[in-house]
Design a protein around this ligand. Sequence first.
Ligand code: B3K
Ligand code: ZN
Length: 877
Amino acid sequence: MSEPQPIHLSDYRPPAYRVTRTELTFDLDPAATRVKARLHLERHPEREPGLPLELDGEQLALKAIAIDGQPLDADEYRLTANGLTVHRVPEAFLLDTEVEIAPKENTALEGLYQSNGMYCTQCEAEGFRRITFYPDRPDVMATFSTTLIGDAASLPVLLSNGNPVESGDLPGDRHFVTWEDPHPKPCYLFALVAGDLKRVEDRFTTMSGREVALQIWVEEENLGKTDHAMASLKRAMAWDEQTYGREYDLDLFMIVAVNDFNMGAMENKGLNIFNSAAVLTHPHTATDAAFQRVEGIVAHEYFHNWSGNRVTCRDWFQLSLKEGFTVFRDQCFSADINSAPVKRIEDVSFFRTAQFAEDAGPTAHPVRPDHYIEIGNFYTLTIYEKGAEIVRMLCNLVGWETFRRGSDLYFERFDGQAVTIEDFVGCMGEVSGQDLSRFMLWYSQAGTPEIDAHGEYDYTHCEYRLVLRQRTPATPDQVEKHALHIPIRLGLVGTKSGRDLPLTLDGEALGSDAVIHLREEEQEFVFTDVAEAPVPSLLRGFSAPVKLRFPYGREDLAFLLQHDSDGFNRWDAGQRLALLALDDLIAAHRNGVEKVMDPRVVEAFRGLLASDPDDKAVLAEMLTLPSEAYIAEQQPLVDVDAIHAARDFVKQSLAAALRDDFLRLYEANRADVAYAPEPEQIAARSLKNVALSYLMALEDEQAIELARDQFTADHNMTDVRHALTLLVHSRRDDIAEPALKAFGEKWAHDPLVMDQWFSIQVTRPQPDVLERVKFLMAHPAFSLKNPNKVRALIGTFAGQNRVNFHRLDGEGYRLLADVVIELNRLNPEIAARLITPLTRWQRFDETRQALMKGELERIRAEELSPNVYEVVEKALA
Ligand code: B3K
Ligand code: ZN
């Protein structure tokens, strides 16, 4: 194999020919599906005449080819492993091709494949080229007509984009349906589904009074698990009308659930295809978190209908144009219908753990990369989540009303077009009158900016002087970094009053909660008329995706934890306080010194437990310690064992000191009500379960009894899973094993619950877990070909069981590398994603570094897919 070559943003050119209309006919067969394509092509007005026609195509057996009805001779075109070139074509013409493909051999799950016998597709980013020869790029937008032909008995349901326009029976017990999608779209939004599916139907009346039929298609046994997705869809449709003035544009909207799917879901026009994990819920099988994830993903895919489908990306470098904006939209939706502060805490907590780690590693890249080898590797936290943070900053910079006007302008001006990030930001600049040229640096500069802040109160002049210095560390390919425009929301909390003080900057009164703009490498802000000494509350609401350091004392943090008017920063003060205590304990562990718990943390927690919370969900977050991954993120060198031991020690110390309070909290939030995935109930369950976690840290008889009762009471999966996890992670194998066995037997028929069963076991801290992972890989419910299983068992082990994955004998690394090598052949996209923990070797001690690099080199010695090649090369660069 020759080395895969990168492609560059700077090489962008419009296609030589564009497709205005695409007519497809699929004659479905597992081993030999025939695809006929008729493309209406014309020269792109911006490209010179006489260019050859170049079409993408992979793993296609060409059976026929004709231009304007004339079959081509063999010397008139050239076939390669990646496509088809027709040397001479007219200015405008019809191209007819027929190819044969084998869906049942397709384990990559890109293009047309089979899942549980049903046919389905995944075309983003470059899967359509595995279906037919086509200019497989998002700036080619055509209307589509799709005819599906299949066996009437085994494939009673035949679905594609748009509206069904014709159907009928065919000889040989076959039948057909023709679908017409009137909205021009890039081929990555094409979809088909064929199988023995059942549907749940509902309706939605749009704001202009149009009736839309809503359908969720599932396998028969899942018919009882669609209510929540349907309710979420209707809420999302209404929200997009109220919030963005956007309504749905077809008479039919369909969601299909499939078991084998690389991602969460896909926004194909009118026919969203979902990983069953992102759509199916039932109180007995799905946790609160799963219910909320389904709500968020259903909304996300629906919102793409405007941010992504009607207005799409010119090229894949612009991926964040649709993903960053759409994540921002789904985050706001979830915040509106749940607890907004908790949503922000969850999002930021995830972001600071996972995206910061990506930025600090060898695969760091800008939100708009300027080159890539395999676009499938760029569905990342940076493109999605950091992209969303940038859109959030834009929204805060111009204000919501103006942002809304900017989005109206964007949707109207570019409807039906494939555009760039400049087009989007340009609309915001135009409506706000602000110069956003410097702001654009957020899209091109990789890495997490770090801000060092210092403050001083001048008692004589009643001034508070805040000095901010920014610096972005070098990332691969980008050594030189520039100062960014960083909006910092802040307040000054008076140490006497405990209240936000009025802010006056350069003679201007800003209110008590304001945004200052850091644009230079270093800037000083002098607040005047500050009546009392304050503690600054900085970066409120995480107003920019940066690391902010301030030399807070523990008393300052305890003070903010109590008094900060910003819920997010109150939570963050608690996290910072815990991190300081954890630092000491990690050092003590490393030095073999006795660990001593910081009484200030205990008192802070006591205060929290005594408070009467107005938002129980926020309190549950405040009582949750930073994760091992986030603690690791703060350490110069990651010592997984010391981190684990220190965190355990804090948990146990808090539990011992505050046992009665936790017990009270547990009892007070134990409600015997019928399960509903509603904010108040979810909040109470989180609080109760946080309390149970602390109690179980002690593993006394009473705690074990509570956990066991909660497990056997079997009220809902949230409580059952939490209790089971605590039992399985305890040292009480005599109780853990029977519970695990009972659960596994009860749910053997349900793949989504078995995924949870896998994850619970492979996160246990006991040292025998690696052998357990290997053993479970042979379990009948496991399959390397199913991405959900791989994620649940292998991904969870490598990503979340830090102590055991990083075992000093290197067996954890070896296991992961073995799986990556096997998956490289089966499913390169999943294989490449799975390598992530190995790519972070720089963060560990020398012994582990050597072991991790050794495994990366073992992978590199294989014949690699471009996906795995790109990641491994970067990791070893
Ligand atoms: N747009 C899809 C991504 C699928 C890409 C997989 N290679 C999911 C989403 O962001 O909505
Ligand atoms: Zn998306």
